[in-house]
Design a binder for this molecule. Sequence first.
Ligand code: NAD
Length: 296
Amino acid sequence: MGKLGFIGLGVMGTPMAAHLAAAGHDVSGFDLNADARAKLEAAGGRAAADVADAVAGAEVVITMLPDHPQVEQVVLAPGGVLDAVAPGTLLADMSTIRPETSIAVAEAGAAKGIRVLDAPVSGGQAGAEEAALSIMVGGEAADFAVARPLFEVFGKTIVHVGPHGAGQVVKAANQLVVGGVYGLVAEAIVLLEASGVDAGTGLDVLAGGLAGSRILELKRKSMVAREFKPGFRIDLHHKDMGIALAAARQADVALPLTGLVAQLVAAGRSMGYGSLDHSALLKVVEELSGRSSQEV
Ligand code: NAD
């Protein structure tokens, strides 16, 4: 199997790269963080000295970075991926970033004969560890066909959703729905508790009816117990709500509920909850009514 370069070995990138190495791929990875590089070596990959070293000779490069400035730095800057790989290489950027940056990266790649996909994921750390990610892919169908067998190593639901940037738009839609549902589950808990009704019992009923959702299924117990260990941090969701609002502006549409949820997420960050799980939106909603969480 051909050589793979993997840049960004964080919460998501480490298990994804480890699955690729376990599947027999020759994975060279780089991260600024030395501990992350050591984890890749422990998983059977090679820790590279820098981005250029990681991607030299690679047939496919995967990036899994926090946000667009890091993608621009790693991919577009002098000495970055586009400078270091040969024409014909496929770059799959799996970070969650603005659609416009994904389009700009694809255009810069095309100018050098490098094929680019935007392929953000959903499913969180557990999805990455259990090789059960959902992957939404924007770009050319032929490039998707090449990348698909690699995505199948750590993904379950893998869908080509449209041209460059479309994967990021689908991810933005995913994040606004997730944020909105968390906000409403938080409001349900506050209402139940303030009315003297057991919130756990109430949410059990909701989970079995039309209000049921994957969030209620997976998170209702930890929210009622005020367990907010991440998971997906409020800080990252704040970034994603910004992407959703920017995409809405770009598309010339109004998304009022998304705007409201973005403000609640921003408030969570301002209140010091940025490193808690996004289910900690409950703390924001409680504080609006002068009720403070019993536990973090
Ligand atoms: P993370 O912060 O854990 O990992 C990012 C890694 O990139 C870090 O290890 C960091 O050291 C590295 N990095 C940053 N700049 C670099 C550079 N210039 N060169 C090399 N390495 C660099 O983030 P994560 O949770 O793994 O998320 C990655 C992306 O996936 C984000 O866009 C996030 O929104 C998205 N995502 C995360 C989750 C989740 O549950 N954590 C779920 C779905 C999508």
